[in-house]
Design a binder for this molecule. Sequence first.
Ligand code: ZN
Length: 121
Amino acid sequence: MVLTTGYCKYCGNPTNVEAPEEAEQAIVDRLATEACGCPMAETVRKRKKQAERAQKIIFSICDDAFPDAVKPLTDAVQGIQIGKIEDISIAMEGGVRIRMKRTKTGMAVTVEHKQKEERQI
Ligand SMILES: [Zn+2]
């Protein structure tokens, strides 16, 4: 590892980072971006952590019971984060609805079990 200078891809500021000696500039720049304190780099770091948390929650809710819902919910995470998607709702068999929506602080996932009772007379 050597100390070398990379440039943040958002603000262009140089940052000294530890990188493998043979690392390409693109990799050094990625490390510098990850270490940069500018608002955009900070926002991207927060979104990445939030997306990781969302992925864990989606798996914990869906993996065993509703495996078919994992991919569409995961695919919607980024859209919800950037505000392109307000909410996504998946109606599963058996009257279960899984909904993921944008909130003021991030996003929320809810599972609704709609129980409809009908009596034939
Ligand atoms: Zn920056």
